[in-house]
Design a protein around this ligand. Structure first.
Ligand SMILES: [Zn+2]
Length: 285
């Protein structure tokens, strides 16, 4: 596992350097956007609503809720209330169902790994939401068409994974352009956005889809720890953030998450069994 950790650190290193620059506590794709943002410009971002990592020192696997702002848990009841969202929201994207969206960012370790995990997910009937960087696609470490053909969604995650709030409007537009996928949803790196970033997303015809559960998998937690955290923490309709180069991205992990959540009466987003479109505001879950 240590070799693996060493080989899988690019974004966490970047996050760490941003931490120094910003002088705030960061989580992987999370709070880096906060400094410099007007609080009023991002009313429903995870950082401002107290959800994922922002004020959250506890690691996955420790006790305590990751979502203190959320209402009552469904844990142990076997009953899952559908969320009350009527439409798109920045944390939950277009998912209005009670199913849990499993999302993976950045880049797998290899194209072979992408194919293995995505085939396995499809066999399990799971539809994943994938946010590869343009660099990952250009290096042919991730094949968007392969993913779509297996019933998974592929969304934009910038080209080189910068903190978009530090860029000009034209700089953001460039980051959201090819070779990154030109999709209907996109996730800004580190979850960082401001009004300029929002304007660029709108110009690209994309809506931002952040997350409601942050596994912090990039810290190198074992597969078992990430799996346990997802099973314990996810609630109806949640969007779970993980990364393709870390330990939640395996067929075994997906199978265990699916089974563990099922014991709590929760389903994960299903796979339609048909190719997904490049652009669509509706997402099958
Ligand atoms: Zn990322």
């Amino acid at each position: 596992m240590s070799w693996r950790s060493a080989a899988r650190r690019p974004w966490s290193l970047r996050a760490a350097s941003l931490l120094v620059v910003a002088g705030v506590a960061l989580t992987a794709c999370q709070s880096a956007g906060t400094p410099g943002n007007s609080p009023t410009a991002r009313p429903s971002s995870p950082g401002s609503s107290g959800t994922p990592g922002s004020a959250q020192p506890s690691a996955p696997g420790t006790s305590g809720s990751n979502n203190p702002a959320k209402p009552s848990t469904n844990e142990g009841t076997g009953k899952v209330k559908p969320p009350k969202r009527k439409g798109y929201s920045i944390r939950y994207g277009p998912n209005r169902t009670a199913r849990v969206a499993l999302t993976f960012d950045d880049c797998p370790r290899s194209l072979a790994e992408e194919k293995e995990v995505l085939r396995g997910a499809t066999d399990l009937g799971i539809g994943l939401m994938l946010f590869p960087t343009g660099s990952c696609i250009r290096s042919k470490t991730f094949d968007p068409e392969f993913a779509r053909n297996l019933g998974h969604y592929v969304f934009n995650h910038s080209n080189t994974h910068p903190l978009l709030t530090r860029l000009s409007y034209s700089g953001v537009l460039s980051q959201l352009g090819p070779p990154g996928v030109q999709s209907s949803y996109g996730r800004p790196p580190f979850g960082g956005w401001n009004s300029t970033v929002a304007r660029a997303y709108a110009a690209k015809g994309m809506r931002m889809w952040l997350w409601s559960v942050d596994t912090n998998d990039w810290k190198g937690y074992s597969e078992a720890t990430v799996v346990k955290y997802v099973i314990r923490t996810a609630r109806a309709g949640d969007t779970v953030l993980m990364h393709m180069h870390w330990n939640g991205f395996s067929v075994d992990a997906l199978r265990k998450m699916q089974a563990g959540l099922a014991k709590r009466g929760l389903e994960v987003c299903r796979n339609s069994g048909t190719p997904t479109p490049v652009r669509s505001t509706d997402v099958y879950c």
